[in-house]
Design a protein. Sequence first.
Length: 302
Amino acid sequence: MDELWQRHKIFIVQCSIGAIVLLISWGVHSSLYDDIEIQQRNNQLRKTQLEKQLADGLAPSASSIREQQAAAKAGQEQIESMARMVASVAPLGSNRVEYVRECVSWLLTSIGKADQVDKYVGLYETLPQTCLFQLKEEARTVLASQAAQLGRDLDETLGIKNSFADSEVAVGIHGLAIMVDIIKRGLAISVPIRVESGEGVIESFSELNISVRNRRSKMNAGMESEVVSFPVRMTVRGDPAAILKLLLTFNSTSNPVHRMTVVESVQGGERERADTDEVRVTFHLLGLHHIGVATSLEETAK
C-alpha cells in the first residue's frame, strides 16, 4: 500500500479534492436552485390565482384603478392644502435653502423690504449666523422706529437672545418671521374706547422668546412625527379689546405666506392694577414645519 500511495499520491489527493469540491458545489447548487424552484412555483400559483380572478370578474377594472388613483391623489392634495394653512411645507433639500427663502420672504415683506430676499438667502448659504442677526437688525430698526413714533414699548431682542448652531439658523429665521409679523400687526391695531384718549392699543411687546429646539408636535403623540414644532412666546400689555383683536388675527391667512398663527396656549388676561383697564397676556405660539408633506413634494419633484 505504501508503494501504491507513494507512486499515486498526487493523483489520489487530486481526486479527493475534486470530490470535496463537487460535494460543496452540489450543496450550494441545491441550496440556491431549490429556493428558486420554490419561488417559481409560488409565482406560478399566484399568477394562476390572478388569472382566475380576472376570468371571474373579481379583479379591478382599468377604470376602477384610475378612480382609486384619482381619489388617492385628491386625498394627498387635501392633506397638502391643510398643512399649508398652518405649517411650512418647503422642501428640506440641500441646506434648507427653500425653507429659508420662504421665511426670509415672509419677514422682509412684513417690513416692506421684499426686494432684499435674494441678498439674504445668498448670505444664509455662506454665513448662516450672520444672515440671522442681520435680518434681526433689519427688522429691529423698522419695528423699534415705528414703536417709538407710536409711544409703545418693544423688546428689541425680537426673541433672538442667544447664538444658534448653523443647523438651527433656518428655524431661528422662521421664528423671527412669525415674531415680526405679529408685532407689525399689533402695532397697527387700535380700537375705539369710551375715554378721552379715544382708542385702545397694545402698549408693549415684552418677554419675546424664540426657542429653536425642534420637538415632536403634540398632534403626532405616540406616532413617528411628520410635524416638527418649536415654541415662540411673547407677552403683550394693553387694552383688552386691542389684545383680543390681535388674537383674532391669528386665525386669518392675511400674512405673506397665507398661513395661520398656531396658538398653543394663552395665559393671563387679568388687570395689572385696579385703577386701569390694561391687561397683560402671554401668547405661547408654535412654528410648524410639516416634513411629511415637504418630503413628499420633494420626491414628486424628482
